[in-house]
Write a protein that binds this ligand. Structure first.
Ligand code: V47
Length: 377
C-alpha cells in the first residue's frame, strides 16, 4: 500500500532525529548538517526540504524579469575560481563607457525588466564616481527599475579605491540609487579554501561584516555559496551556519543562492564539474540549514533549467530570472542559454507542478500590461 505523502520515510535511521526537528520547526545543528551531506538517502533529505518549502510558500515559485550588466571584466584579483576577470592590458578585456552601459541596459528582450543586476571586475583605475554615475544614469533613464548592484567584495574595493569607509560607500550608493545588493563574492568563508580559490578577495569575516553594515543601513542583500571545488562538507556547513548567525542579527538577507562551480577556463580546470546529485542535495541542505532565510534560489543558469525544475521539489522556491546576458559562467564553460524569456520561466515552473509568481526584487507581485509593469504595494 502506498504510504501517505505526509509520513517521513528513510532507509537511514540516523535521519530520524533530524526529521523530528524539522517537523517541529527546530534548528538543525552543525553535525545535523554534515549528516545531510553524508547520508545516501538524498530523497529523504529532499522530502524534508520540500516540507519546509511548502510550509513557507506552498506551491508558489518566484521568478523575475531582470537584466545582468557587467560593466567591466578588468580585475586586480586573480581568483582561481574565475574565468571572467582579466588583468588590465590582457587580451579580451572590456570596460563599458557609461553611455554604453546605459544602452546595454535597454537592449535585449522587450518585456520591461524590473531589476538590473550589476556586478563586475575590481578595476584598478575606474574612479569611484564612475560607479555612482552609472547608477545615477540608470535611475534617471529607468526610474521604475530596481538596481541590485555591487557585491560585498566590490563595496570593500570601492572603499579602498575611493578612500572612504564602508558606511560612506554604502550611503553614497544609496544616494545614487542602489536599492539592494546581490549575493556574490561569498564563495566559501573558510580561510583554507579562500586561499586556494580566491586569495585576493576580502576574507570571509570582512564579507560578513560588510553585509551586516549594509543591512544596518537599511539595504537588503542576497547571499551565495560557491560549491563543488575544493571544499568539504564541513566547510559548506560552516558557511551556512555563519550566514544564519548574521541573519539572526540583521534579518537583511533575502535569498540564499548556492552556486555550482564551473571549472572550464579557470585555473582550477582540472576539477571535475559538479554532479546533478550534489546540486540537488545542496539546494535541500540550504533550505534545511537556513531556517531564517525566506527564499532559496536555484539559479537556472548555473544548474541548468532541468535541474532548476527538479530543485523546486527539493527546497527551492525561486529560479531567478530572464537574465538576458550572462557572462560570468559562460566564460567558465556554462552551456545553458544566456537568457530566457518570461514565458519560458513560467513553463519550467508550471511543468514542475508549481505556480509561477512574477516578483520584483523585494518579492512583491508584478502585474504587466503591454510593455510596462506595476508592483503591488
Ligand atoms: O561571486 C565566478 C561565482 C558569483 C565562477 O544575488 C562562479 O541574485 C561558478 O553572485 N563557476 C557572482 N561560479 C554571481 C552571483 C549571483 C548570481 C545570480 C544571482 C545573484 C543574486 C548573485 O559567481 C561569484 C562567484 O561565486 N562565479 N566564477 C565559476 N567559474
Amino acid at each position: 500500500m502506498m504510504k501517505p505523502r505526509h509520513s517521513f520515510q528513510t532507509d537511514d535511521p540516523r535521519l530520524y532525529p533530524i526529521a523530528e526537528k524539522v517537523q517541529n520547526g527546530e534548528r538543525l545543528s552543525f553535525e545535523d548538517g554534515v549528516l545531510l551531506y553524508q547520508t545516501g538517502d538524498v530523497l529523504a533529505v529532499g522530502w524534508l526540504a520540500n516540507l519546509v518549502r511548502e510550509r513557507l510558500h506552498g506551491d508558489t515559485t518566484y521568478f523575475n524579469v531582470n537584466r545582468h550588466i557587467n560593466p567591466t571584466n578588468v580585475c586586480v584579483a586573480s581568483c582561481r575560481l574565475c574565468a571572467f576577470g582579466r588583468k588590465k592590458g590582457e587580451a579580451g578585456t572590456y570596460t563599458m563607457a557609461l553611455e554604453e552601459a546605459w544602452e546595454t541596459a535597454a537592449s535585449g528582450y522587450t518585456d520591461a525588466v524590473t531589476e538590473f543586476h550589476i556586478v563586475g571586475g575590481l578595476h584598478p583605475d575606474l574612479p569611484f564616481e564612475y560607479f555612482m554615475d552609472l547608477v545615477r544614469g540608470l535611475k534617471e533613464r529607468f526610474p521604475k527599475v530596481h538596481i541590485k548592484a555591487f557585491t560585498m567584495v566590490e563595496i570593500a574595493f570601492l572603499a579602498k579605491r575611493g578612500k572612504r569607509t564602508i558606511p560612506q560607500v554604502l550611503s553614497e550608493m544609496k544616494a545614487a540609487g542602489v536599492d539592494s545588493m546581490p549575493g556574490g563574492g561569498a564563495e566559501i568563508f573558510a580561510d583554507r579554501i579562500r586561499h586556494i580559490i580566491c586569495d585576493h578577495k576580502i576574507d570571509g569575516s570582512e564579507w560578513l561584516e560588510t553585509a551586516k553594515l549594509a543591512h544596518q543601513m537599511g539595504f537588503r542583500s542576497n547571499a551565495t555559496m560557491l560549491y563543488g571545488h575544493v571544499e568539504n562538507d564541513e566547510d559548506r556547513i560552516d558557511h551556512m551556519v555563519k550566514l544564519r548567525a548574521v541573519q539572526d542579527e540583521t534579518g537583511g538577507f533575502q535569498t540564499f543562492i548556492p552556486l555550482s562551480f564551473h571549472p572550464d577556463h579557470t585555473a582550477l580546470a582540472h576539477i571535475p564539474k559538479s554532479s546533478g546529485m550534489l546540486d540537488i542535495r545542496q539546494i535541500a541542505v540550504g533550505r534545511l540549514m537556513l531556517d531564517n532565510f525566506s527564499h532559496i534560489k536555484s539559479y537556472w543558469q548555473m544548474v541548468t533549467p532541468q535541474m532548476a525544475q527538479i530543485s523546486l521539489r527539493f527546497g527551492a522556491d525561486d529560479i531567478d530570472g530572464t537574465v538576458i546576458e550572462e557572462k560570468i559562467y559562460h566564460d567558465a564553460g556554462a552551456t545553458t542559454p544566456q537568457g530566457m524569456r518570461r514565458a519560458g520561466l513560467e513553463r519550467l515552473i508550471s511543468e514542475a507542478g508549481r505556480v509561477p509568481f512574477e516578483r520584483d526584487t523585494m518579492y512583491r507581485a508584478v502585474t504587466r500590461s503591454e510593455d510596462t509593469f506595476t508592483v503591488s504595494a
